[in-house]
Every structure is written in C-alpha cells, then in structure tokens.
Design a binder for this molecule. Structure first.
Ligand code: CU1
Length: 531
C-alpha cells in the first residue's frame, strides 16, 4: 500500500508484496485464505483425531488403563469442539473461499481484508481450547454441550472454552457476512441466482443459518459466564433460574449447527456427482427449495435433544413430528443425486467414490436419526452409544467424506497437478472400511445399553469396543495417507488440464479467476463426456 503523504511527491513509489510468512499473515487473496483454512482444518482434524484415539484407547477394554476419568471427560469435550469448530466448519469455509468467487465469476470475496481476519481469529480460538488442558483444573469436562450446573462449577478451563467459542462465533459470522455479500453483489453478468452452481446455493443458505444461530450460542455461553463470575442465576434454580433453559438455548443453536455442517457437504456432493455422471444435476430447482426448507425447519426441532428433560407430552410429540418432516426435503436431495446418476456415463475416480460413500452412509445416519426422533425410542437410547454411532455417520460419513470428495475433486485445480489416483482409491477404501469398523458396532453397543461419556463399562460390551478401537486406530492412521497424497500432488507430476474430469462440467471449476466478461451469458453446455 503506497500511502502518499507529501504533496507533489511522485505517486509511483511501489512496495513489493510481502513474502514469506508475512504473505500469509497479510494476505487478502481468497485462494490463499482458502488454502490456509484447508490446511488449518486438516491440522485440527489430526489434533481432534488424536483426542478420539485417547478415548478409544481407554475404551479398548473395561476398567481404567490409559487416562484418568477426569482427563477422559476433557478429551470428550475437546474432541467434539475441535472437530466441529476447528476441523469440519473451517474445511467447508476453505472450499467456499476457494470456489465461490471462481464459480460466480467474482475477482475475490467482497470483504477481502475481513476475510483475512475471519481466518486468523481461528488459530487463536482453537489455541485457547487446546491451552485450556494446561490450566489448573484442566479443560472443561462437560462435553461440548457445556450443560449447567456442571459447567458453572468447572475451573478456568471453562472460561477459556467460553472465550474460544466467542471468537469462533465472530469468525463464523464475519465469514457468513462475506459469503452473502459476495454472492448477492458480485456475480458476473448473466449469473442469475438460479444459474449458480449448487455449492454456492448451499453456502448462501448456510451463511444465513450461521448469522441466525451463532449469536444464540454466544448468548448462551455469555449467560454461563455471568452465572460463573458475576452473580447472575440464569441457570441456577436457587436464584430462580433453570438449568434446562440452557439446554433450550444451546440446542436452538445446536441443531441448525448440524445443517451448517451438512448443507455445504450437500453442495460439494451436488457438484461431484454430476461431474462423474456426465449429466447436469437432476432437479436443480427442487434442490434449492429442499436446502431452503431444511434450513428453515432446522430451527424448529431443537428439543428432540431434550426428550428426557420433562417437556410436556404434547411438546414431545410436536418435536418428534417436526424432526421427521426434515426427512422429506432430505429425501428429495438423495432422490435427485440418485436420479443424476441414472443412465449417466459414470466413472469412479476418488471424488466419486467418496461421494457414493457419503450417499450410502449419510443416508444410514439419516435413518438412525429417524429412529432417534421417535420420542419413546429416544428415551431408551438417549445417552447411549447409539447416539454416538448416529451422529458420527452424519459428521464423518456425511461431512468428512464429502470434504474428501471436494478436496480430491478440486485438488487438480488448486495445485495444477493430478493427485495419485491409485493412492486416492486406497485412501477411500481404508477410510470406508475402518470408519464402519469403528462406528457401525457402536449401534449394537447403544442398543445393548452402553452409556456414552463414561470411561469404563460392563464386561459384556468388551468385544464390540475392541473392534471399534482397532477400527479407530486404522481410521486415524489411514488419514495420514491423504496428507502424503496432497504433498505429492503439490510437488508436481502429471499436469492437470482444464477438463480434468472429462468435460461434462460446464461451470464447475474451469472458470478462470477473475472470470472473463460475459462468461455466463449462456447456460452451461453439457457435452456428454466419453461414451
Ligand atoms: Cu438436532
């Protein structure tokens, strides 16, 4: 930035752009920031994964072998917070930074400097979470839901978690404002909303979800903070408050949060499946309406997490049916993905394999969600491993699989080189097998009554826990293969062409940035690929 203070000074003084680490700290380039989000996300994925392995190591056999119950509780909390806020959400924000400007033909994000700030808040916030393990009393041992009264009694690790969550919320809200402004104001001529690639649509709607739900979480943890330190009694019955109030506020954020994670994942899948089917996405408009419907309904189902808190029977019935209603727009999406493949010219490179893995396993997670939505069943299964199994099918098979689908799909665009297709497929199959080995058996453990968030268990649960732990270590180790594949692709090799996936793509990522004027005057042409 050449700021000219002296009148009459020659205005052509030019500073070289910052290099080295300063480039990354000061960058306003959406591709740089996208890459930083993705690298940060993967590092946090490994950190949160290591914590999961501590949990699984302890649960390998009954009794206490590896960690203290207290530290186990801390791992339970931090694994969840780090995976949700540090790994999964930043991964899809990384995709959004990289791809939204390219897909709509914008030169960058609307608020390029705020974009830099959104990112750099993240390592600080996640650092606070990790740091909280080392303060007196350790990290919050409440689970990521931070329920009072326990969260009011916890040590200062809880304060660090609260401050971390405030910062994470700021980062998300700024990112959401940026995405909405970019999409609404910076589309190239001819790029109407209903011509946008589906990934942009999912993020546009997700950004509104973020703006509506993150402040609610911020409010909940702020009330917790004042209950802890400033004498309020929002959640303390002794002062006229109610601990269940916290659960209502938390889940009013928490359930939309599920879709903040899932919708961008749907967006990625909606790009990858058409590309590898050499057909346009089936039912584009119905897909947009389905995303919007899911987003709206997601705000009205929160108490399905609270069936055992004594809400009235009519309330339980309402939340049961409202939750089941979400299966309808979700079913529309699954139908559209399958219909896109119908009579397509299919091929099964790594991005498509991860998308199909997503399609099968996420649907399974949806079905176990339907099971849990039934009040009478949930009262039995609440706080058991069935719930753990359910949401890991949503979070891992849903979000992580589609993040991998997107990463392999766009890696040639990002690096300029093809990744190793054979190793990519090995990565997929190892991930698929070990994922199911880890989590499928947890359905049985839950149905048999094994409680979640407890470091010890009764003898009859031993075999399934051993299988689950072996699967978890396999799953963890096979993710290092992905790191190797990315590093290898960055070093060079076969150059990526502009039509990597055989050209059925039209708009996807073949648009140069900034896009040439009038790129989108005509609808994309689908050429049909190889036959
Ligand atoms: Cu929910």
């Amino acid at each position: 930035m050449a700021h000219d203070h002296a009148i009459g000074h020659d205005d052509h003084e030019h500073h070289a752009p910052p290099s080295g680490i300063m480039r990354w700290i000061t960058t306003t380039n959406h591709k740089d920031i996208g890459s930083m989000y993705l690298w940060f996300s993967f590092i946090m994925f490994l950190v949160g994964g290591a914590m999961a392995l501590v949990i699984r190591a302890e649960l390998f056999q009954p009794g206490l072998q590896v960690v203290s119950p207290d530290f186990f509780n801390q791992m339970i909390t931090l694994h969840a917070l780090i995976m949700v806020f540090g790994a999964i959400m930043p991964a899809f924000v990384g995709f959004s930074n990289w791809m939204i400007p390219l897909q709509i033909g914008a030169s960058d994000m609307a608020f390029a400097r705020m974009n830099n700030w959104s990112f750099w808040i993240l390592p600080v916030a996640s650092g606070l979470l990790v740091l909280s393990m080392f303060v007196p009393g350790g990290a919050a041992g409440t689970g990521w839901t931070l329920y009072p009264p326990l969260s009011i009694q916890m040590g200062m690790g809880m304060d660090l978690a609260i401050f971390g969550i405030h910062l994470l919320g700021m980062s998300s809200i700024m990112g959401a404002i940026n995405i909405i402004t970019t999409i609404l104001n910076m589309r190239a001529p001819g790029m109407t909303l209903m011509k946008m690639p589906m990934f942009c649509w999912t993020w546009l709607i997700t950004a509104f979800l973020l703006i509506a739900s993150m402040p609610v979480l911020a409010g909940a943890v702020t009330m917790l903070l004042t209950d802890r330190h400033f004498g309020t009694t929002f959640f303390n019955a002794a002062g006229g408050g109610d601990p269940v109030l916290f659960q209502h506020i938390f889940w009013f954020f928490g359930h939309p949060e599920v879709y903040i994670i899932a919708l961008p994942a749907f967006g990625v899948i909606s790009q990858v499946i058409p590309a590898f089917s050499r057909k346009p996405l089936f039912g584009y408009a119905s897909m947009v309406y389905a995303i919007a419907a899911i987003a709206v309904i997601s705000f009205f189902v929160w108490a399905h997490h609270m069936y055992i808190t004594g809400i009235p029977l009519t309330g339980q019935l309402y939340f049961m049916y409202a939750t089941m209603v979400i299966a309808i727009p979700t079913g529309v999406k699954v139908f559209n993905w399958v219909a896109t493949m119908w009579k397509g010219s299919l091929s099964f490179e790594t991005p498509m394999l991860f998308s199909l893995g997503f399609l099968f396993l996420f649907t399974l997670g949806g079905f176990s969600g339907l099971v849990l939505s039934i009040t009478a069943v949930d009262i039995l299964l609440q706080e058991t491993y069935y719930v753990i199994a359910h949401f890991h099918y949503v979070m891992v098979a849903g979000a992580v699989f589609s993040a991998y689908a997107g990463a392999y799909y766009w890696l040639p665009k990002w690096t300029g080189y093809m990744y190793d297709e054979f190793l990519g497929k090995v990565h997929f199959w190892l991930t698929l097998i070990f994922f199911n080995m880890t989590f499928f058996v947890q359905h049985f453990l839950g149905l048999a009554g094994m409680p979640r968030r407890v470091p010890d268990y009764a003898l009859q649960f031993t075999e399934f826990n051993m299988i689950s732990t072996i699967g978890a270590f396999g799953l963890g180790i096979s993710q290092l293969l992905f790191l190797y594949i990315v590093l290898k692709a960055r070093k060079g090799g076969v150059k990526a062409t502009t039509q990597v996936w055989d050209g059925a793509e039209g708009l996807e990522w073949t648009v140069p940035s900034p896009a040439p004027y009038h790129t989108f005057e005509t609808p994309p042409v689908f050429e049909g690929g190889k036959h």
